[in-house]
Design a protein. Structure first.
Length: 442
């Protein structure tokens, strides 16, 4: 004779009710609930306000618990890497700057360093050009982290921080516009140096920013760090320890938030970073809270780097290599209509010898030749290791350029962070990776 684990079910206004008299709860429920083993599949994105761009997440849910997560990319594919094969080496700067559109100056610098390595002129880059590159990259790092803080705050319900983060970023974009003529997609860092020197009014704006920004960071922390909801949504959420980061190739603030102080500016310096004083912030929790703390600390370190770079600019010097066979025309003067070159600049070019004018024309239209070979150059972008594998067949155009893009690599970690957690924590975990789909889908 068998004993029933539950009484006969009865229908009520609240639905089916049964009384358990013993036995394992899961066994009891599975025997009486026909939909116990069913799971729902949800598409989050690609058009979703909380997916940092056109990213599609396929989530298999059991209640509000994520049992399986898959990332689907490719919705923003631009074909930039393929397009580089049809433009000369200098024109490539105008393409790569559009990849990770929140960190355009890093895309440009990595590309320029790779081309310079192929040309064998890495040591010929002027001290002033390297200083300006460091200055621009660190300002860009701050602006990128501000966008992360703003958008992540908005996604977790902290609307005010979204407004403040974009407000301070506007000031940096204003500095960029003063120096390069554009707020983003600058094509400012070019093989051989930079397009033009930093004007005096930009130096004034940068120094004003250095005075203002530390107070703003304190305001952000006062607003968020002690806020119970922010703490609940970030602490012990989307944990990925250092072993998981290394297994998945994750770099940048996510890796450093797990305790490993791996930063290419320190471990494999470039652009003279070894001559600057700065620290590599780390955290030990490996969660969303740790990534938040690391990025705020990185902004403070970038401010220190910007201040050192600005001080070094007091010493004048050239911003492009001396070799006229490579040096793209720099120090261009804009015409009175705001477009094209000034008449004085055109007159200077036309007043040179015919041979010089022909060479100038060929350099701009055809470009310089790069010796055959292949190189890999890695730099530390706001999202992690940004690498460029460039291949030359000896012509005036790249044979192949491929980017190791941290957004693409880091997205591999999303299932490891999300599975077993709540669907609400998918938003927090995904945001803490700081993916930019322009870099991922290139």
């Amino acid at each position: 004779m068998t004993t029933s684990n539950y009484a006969t079910e009865r229908e009520t206004t609240e639905g089916k009710v049964f009384t358990v008299t013993g036995g394992d709860w899961d066994t009891v429920v599975s025997g009486t609930d026909p939909i116990n083993d069913e799971r729902i599949v949800v598409n989050m994105g690609p058009q979703h306000p909380s997916t940092h761009g056109v990213l599609r997440l396929i989530l298999e849910l059991e209640g509000e618990t994520v049992r399986e997560a898959r990332s689907v990319i490719g919705y923003l594919h631009t074909g930039i890497e393929k397009n580089l094969e049809y433009r000369n080496w200098v024109q490539g700067s105008t393409f790569v700057t559009r990849m990770d559109y929140l960190a355009p100056l890093f895309n440009e610098t990595a590309y320029a360093l790779a081309v310079e390595k192929l040309l064998g002129i890495t040591d010929d880059i002027t001290e002033r050009a390297n200083t300006i590159r460091v200055l621009m990259m660190e300002l860009n790092r701050i602006s990128s982290h501000l966008v992360w803080l703003a958008t992540t705050g908005m996604e977790l319900g902290a609307i005010s921080i979204m407004l403040y983060g974009f407000r301070e970023r506007e000031y940096i974009l204003d500095i960029f516009e003063t120096i390069t003529g554009l707020r983003m997609n600058h094509a400012y860092v070019r093989p051989g140096g930079v397009a033009q020197d930093v004007p005096d009014d930009a130096i004034v704006k940068i120094r004003n920013f250095l005075k203002m920004m530390p107070k703003k960071l304190k305001e952000y922390e006062d607003l968020l760090s002690g806020q119970p909801i922010w703490v609940e949504r970030t602490k012990h959420v989307a944990v990925l320890d250092v072993t998981g980061c290394l297994a998945l190739g994750v770099t940048g603030p996510v890796l450093r938030s797990a305790g490993l102080a791996w930063d290419l500016r320190k471990t494999m310096p470039y652009c003279g970073y070894e001559t600057y004083e700065f620290d590599v912030p780390t955290h030990t929790d490996g969660d969303v809270w740790g990534r938040y703390q690391v990025r705020l600390a990185e902004i403070r370190e970038s401010l220190k780097l910007v201040e050192q770079a600005v001080d070094r600019l007091s010493k004048p010097g050239p911003v492009m290599v001396a070799d006229k066979k490579i040096a793209w025309p720099a120090q261009l003067a804009i015409g009175v209509d705001g477009m094209g070159n000034s008449l004085e600049h055109v007159a200077k070019i036309m007043g040179q010898s015919m041979e010089s004018l022909i060479h100038h024309f060929k350099l701009v239209t055809e470009g310089f030749r790069v010796p055959p070979g292949q190189v890999y150059v890695g730099i530390e972008s706001p999202r992690g290791e940004l690498g460029v594998h460039a291949v030359s067949d000896g012509g005036t155009r790249p044979y192949r350029v491929h980017y190791r893009e941290p957004s693409f690599i880091n997205l591999q970690a999303l299932p490891a962070m999300a599975e077993g957690g709540l669907i609400a924590d998918v938003i927090a975990g995904g945001a803490s990776l700081d993916p930019v789909m322009g870099g991922c889908d290139r």
